[in-house]
Design a protein. Structure first.
Length: 284
C-alpha cells in the first residue's frame, strides 16, 4: 500500500477518515497521513507561506495521482537510493566527478518514478521462442520532450535517453541575477510550436525561489503546452519555489529528491547542496 502525505498550508477541517495528525517543529504545518505509522515518511517544510495549497505524496508503491486541478502535486519518492544520492550531493567533501555522477543517478531514479502511468503505450502480440505472447510497448511515435535547464539540468537528465525509449532533448539556458535573483534567458532551443499532447519533462536541480522554473514553463505555455502535460524533476526543492509554482500552475506535477525548509537572502536553499552547476562542472 502506498504512503500518501497531504500537506495543506492552512488546514481548516479534517475529513472523517482514519488518519493521523502530526505537527512538525515548524508551526501551523498540518500533515495528513493516509498510512500506517510504520510508513511515515520524514518530510519537513517551512510553513511561512500560506494562501494556496499543494499536495505532497511519498510513494512506496504505485500511487493514484488523481488530484484536483487547483492543487499542485509534489512527490518525494522515499526510495533509499534517492536518499543516498541526495546525501552524497549534500556533502561538501564530495568531489566534482562524484557529485556529477550522483546528480545523474538521482535523475535516473526521479525519471523512473515520474514516468509511472505517464508514458503512452501500444499493445499487441509477438512470437516468443515458446509461443505467442501479449505485449505492451512504449509508443515510439510520441517521444517525451526532455528539457534540461542549463547548466546543472544537464547532469540531472544524463540518463534520460537510456530510461525513456523515445525522447527529444531541447536546451534552455536561464541564468539568475545574483543581486535581483530574477531569471535571464540566454539560450532557447525550443521549437516555435510544440505538437499538441506532447509530454514534457523539465529538469531543474534546485527549485529555490522559483523564478527560473516559472520562466521555463511560461516559454512552454507560449508554445501551446498545457501544464498537465508537464512534469518537473529536481534534486532539492524549497517552499518559495513550490508556492510560486502552485499559484501559477495548479495541477502541475513535481518530483524532487527532498524538500528543504528555507532559502537565504542570496537565493540559496538551506541546507541545500550549494551551487549545483559549479559543483557539477568543477568551477566552485
Amino acid at each position: 500500500m502506498a504512503c500518501q502525505v497531504r500537506v495543506n498550508w492552512a488546514i481548516q477541517s479534517l475529513p472523517d477518515l482514519p488518519l493521523f495528525l502530526m505537527n512538525y517543529s515548524r508551526p501551523n504545518l498540518g500533515v495528513l497521513l493516509h498510512s500506517p505509522s510504520k510508513c511515515l515518511p520524514k518530510i519537513s517544510c517551512s510553513s511561512r507561506m500560506r494562501g494556496s495549497h499543494f499536495v505532497v505524496k511519498s510513494q512506496t508503491a504505485m500511487v493514484n495521482r488523481t488530484v484536483a486541478d487547483d492543487r499542485m502535486l509534489v512527490l518525494v519518492p522515499p526510495h533509499p537510493l534517492i536518499k543516498h544520492w541526495v546525501s552524497v550531493l549534500r556533502d561538501e567533501r564530495t568531489p566534482s566527478p562524484i557529485f556529477r555522477n550522483a546528480m545523474a543517478e538521482l535523475g535516473r531514479l526521479l525519471i523512473y518514478e515520474a514516468s509511472r502511468d505517464w508514458l503512452p503505450t501500444v499493445t499487441g502480440e509477438i512470437q516468443s521462442p515458446m509461443g505467442v505472447a501479449s505485449v505492451e510497448f512504449i509508443d515510439p511515435r510520441e517521444p517525451v520532450l526532455v528539457i534540461p535547464i542549463l547548466r546543472a539540468g544537464l547532469a540531472l537528465v544524463e540518463h534520460a535517453s537510456s530510461i525513456l525509449p523515445a525522447t527529444k532533448t531541447y536546451h534552455l539556458g536561464i541564468s539568475r541575477d545574483e543581486t535581483t535573483l530574477l531569471p535571464s534567458l540566454y539560450l532557447n532551443k525550443l521549437p516555435n510550436k510544440i505538437p499538441e499532447g506532447s509530454r514534457v519533462l523539465i529538469a531543474d536541480p534546485m527549485l529555490a525561489t522559483g523564478g527560473t522554473i516559472v520562466a521555463a514553463i511560461e516559454l512552454l505555455k507560449d508554445r501551446g503546452v498545457d501544464k498537465k502535460q508537464i512534469i518537473v524533476i529536481s534534486a532539492v526543492a524549497a517552499p518559495p519555489a513550490l508556492q510560486k509554482l502552485s499559484e501559477k500552475f495548479p495541477g502541475l506535477h513535481v518530483y524532487t529528491g527532498t524538500i528543504d525548509p528555507t532559502v537565504n537572502d542570496k537565493g540559496f536553499i538551506i541546507p541545500g547542496l550549494g551551487d549545483a552547476g559549479d559543483r557539477i562542472f568543477g568551477t566552485c
